[in-house]
Design a protein around this ligand. Structure first.
Ligand code: HEM
Length: 319
């Protein structure tokens, strides 16, 4: 939670760990309720059903908390206590609003739009990468060969220092592990698109307005595209790059394709590599006997019964 919230919202308003912890709990139950709402008929969300009432309450808490951060930043600049809104994502959005506001005499984004942008970035940016890292550690705990290969590569490039842009961009094994994790457990398991006009796709006639459910997770596990070893954890299939990993060059789509694909994909990959690099240098991971494998779709793909892993410190003499 910390890295993304720091980049997005909290560089200039640091919050205590306790606050972040409670945000974590809030986040989890908020996601549960959002999913409940989506899973039900959307138009029923205003009915006085307890789950929907809790969802509305949580939405208010999340939105109020973002509004407070926005108002604090604006008040500090207005009072001359701060010279800018901050160097994070929210700060950039606020100063952009200011600039366009002066030109056009109206704010670029209303308060509600600002809050909605923050919610999108916050939820899209945190949960997906958190699930990617969870599954990557679980897979590496079960495959000590790839875990050791990754560790050797990291030690080789980082040479005892923290990962930086240069070392991160050279970590090919770690990258392949991340891709294979995203293939097996795509955090965004499906996406929806609607047709802007009548069209023909292959043998299929599609009417304007028709919705498509694109099952990313199913496409990633299609033996016709990936071959018989589709359920195996084999990062080596990405050795010649993403486009050669499957029979179709666009079969790998954890971040979607096209103009509305994931805006944060490079950030996510760098973040995941940096976190794995730090963890693998310091710790080794083996599976816990209490782990029960049960991938569970709840907007993202989560391990239903958690991800217990046995973590041991790697002694420096081992390397
Ligand atoms: C492993 C990590 C991530 C995965 C698998 C992922 C996946 C996706 C996918 C599949 C979409 C397309 C959704 C759709 O079209 O319905 C998307 C959109 C988006 N993602 Fe990510 N994402 C990840 C990380 C991030 C991060 C770190 C950020 C923030 C920097 C982010 C911000 C966004 C935003 C704002 C959109 C909407 C873009 C638009 O509509 O133009 N994502 N993501």
């Amino acid at each position: 939670m910390c890295l993304w919230t720091t980049v997005a919202f909290f560089i200039s308003t640091p919050r205590s760990n306790v606050a972040l912890d409670s945000e974590n709990h809030l986040f989890d139950s908020y996601m549960t309720k959002v999913w409940l709402c989506l899973a039900s008929m959307i138009n029923h969300r205003y009915l006085p059903i307890p789950a929907f009432m809790r969802l509305r309450k949580m939405t208010t808490i999340v939105e109020t908390s973002i509004q407070e951060i926005i108002m604090e930043r604006r008040a500090a600049v207005k009072a001359g206590k701060k010279s800018s809104y901050g160097a994070d994502l929210l700060g950039l959005m606020l100063s952009e609003c200011e600039r366009i506001g002066e030109d056009k005499k109206q704010p670029l984004l209303t308060m509600q739009q600002l809050v909605d942008e923050c919610k999108t970035f916050f939820f899209a940016g945190h949960e997906t990468t958190a699930q990617l890292l969870t599954w990557a550690l679980l897979l590496l705990a079960h495959d000590l060969t790839w875990q050791e290969r990754a560790r050797t590569e990291i030690l080789n490039f980082c040479k005892g220092k923290l990962p930086d842009f240069d070392s991160i961009s050279r970590m090919k094994t770690v990258e392949m592990i991340i891709y294979e994790t995203l293939r097996l457990f795509a955090p965004a398991s499906s996406i929806v698109r609607s047709a802007l006009c009548d069209m023909k796709i292959g043998d299929l006639y599609v009417k304007k307005g028709m919705c498509f459910w694109i099952p990313i997770a199913a496409i990633h596990l299609d033996p016709e595209l990936w071959g018989g070893s589709v359920y195996e954890f084999n990062p080596g299939r990405f050795a010649d790059g993403i486009s050669k990993a499957a029979k179709h060059p666009m079969a790998f789509m954890p971040f979607a394709h096209g103009p509305r694909n994931c805006i944060g994909q490079n950030f996510a990959l760098i973040e995941a590599k940096a976190v794995l690099a730090v963890l693998l240098t310091k710790f080794s991971f083996t599976p816990s006997p209490s782990y029960r494998h049960s991938p569970h779709l709840m907007i993202t793909t989560r391990p239903k019964y958690g991800a217990p892993i046995i973590v041991k410190r790697v002694s420096s003499s081992q390397h």
